[in-house]
Design a protein around this ligand. Structure first.
Ligand code: NAP
Ligand code: GLV
Length: 294
């Protein structure tokens, strides 16, 4: 309904029962895509994602070609992700995980943390969300590095790119935050080799996607003591099955894919503008590059 505030004559139809004649459908606003859904829509002009990641949309073999797909990253989503990243970086940096353990044992012990200037944070993916989080972290005094496909110029953030850049940045990252999209190139990017490149005792924070991590390698790195811990928001299987070892692992914090979400009113304004753009024959904002997969 929020969309109609921006385009009053828009006719909204709800999937699946309220779709009516599929030939009438010009745009779909989606989060999860039901397989086979796109086989039915032959007059589509655009696909509007309600989320930032479009990996699940692009995976659909029936996705029509040559139809623009626009991502739905609103300022509200940036705000939420900034809060998630800052919260967990500070949690790890200030030893709050350790105080949690002590409380369960009724122990009163102080553990000094290093100066923020000595805790290096590497952000994998410096797109809309990663760049904003990286910049926010610089304001807390952390030395921040960012890795992206193409070099970036973000105030106060050292830019790395390419395979060599990844190794270089990881070797200096006391905390790694993964905000990459899930693509063929980034699947399994946090694996035995890359985790071994991190400094001893490093932490991984992953609000990206579960498939960025090879879970067996992550568990091995945690169990061997190489990694200090991990904060995981996304998983190969969601909801995370109750038997999954991450749930009870003493060095892992699990959050239920809640790092960030859209504020409906802001996201609706963004996608309403995209509908107007497409109808005018223009390129929508946050257009997905299908070649690169994000
Ligand atoms: P974005 O704007 O598309 O940015 C993606 C970044 O990753 C860009 O900097 C891009 O490099 C970089 N990248 C992509 N492929 C790469 C590669 N092969 N090597 C190096 N860098 C690569 O995406 P975003 O809006 O920031 O969102 C990032 C991801 O966050 C989403 O895709 C989604 O999976 C995740 N997310 C999670 C939640 C949650 O609640 N857990 C919420 C929202 C989003 P270039 O800058 O050079 O293009
Ligand atoms: C959430 O995970 C998103 O990609 O928007």
């Amino acid at each position: 309904m929020e969309l109609k505030r921006h385009i009053p004559d828009l006719e909204l139809r709800a999937w699946p029962d309220g779709v009516g004649d599929p030939k009438d459908i010009e745009f779909t606003l989606v989060w999860n895509v039901q397989p086979g859904m796109y086989k039915r829509f032959h007059n589509l002009k655009g696909i509007l994602s309600f989320g930032a990641g479009v990996d699940h949309i692009l995976r659909d073999p029936d996705l029509p070609k040559n139809i623009p797909i626009s991502r739905g990253v609103s300022s509200g989503m940036v705000e939420n992700m900034n809060q998630y990243v800052v919260h967990w970086v500070l949690h790890v940096h200030r030893n709050f995980h350790y105080y949690g353990e002590l409380q369960r044992r009724s122990e009163w012990k102080f553990r000094r943390n290093p100066h923020a200037a000595l805790r290096r944070v590497g952000v994998l993916g410096t797109g809309i969300l990663g760049a904003a989080a990286a910049e926010m972290l610089t304001r807390l005094g952390f030395p921040v590095m960012g890795w992206s496909r193409t070099p970036k110029s973000i105030p106060g953030v050292t830019s790395y790119s390419g395979a060599a850049g990844l190794d270089d940045m990881l070797s200096k990252s006391d905390i790694v935050v993964c905000l990459l999209p899930l693509t063929a190139e980034t699947t399994g990017i946090l694996n035995a080799k890359t985790l071994a490149e991190l400094p001893e005792g490093a932490y991984v924070i992953n609000p990206g996607r579960g498939a960025h991590i090879i879970d067996a390698d992550m568990l091995a790195a945690l169990n061997s003591g190489r990694l200090g811990g991990a904060v995981l928001d996304t998983f190969m299987q969601e909801p995370l099955p109750s038997t999954d070892p991450y749930w009870k692992h003493p060095k892992v914090i699990v959050t239920p894919h809640c790092a960030s979400w859209n504020i409906v009113s802001i996201a609706a304004a963004h996608q309403a503008e995209n509908i107007k753009r497409v109808m005018r024959g223009e390129t929508p904002r946050q257009l997905v590059d299908r070649t690169h997969g994000y």
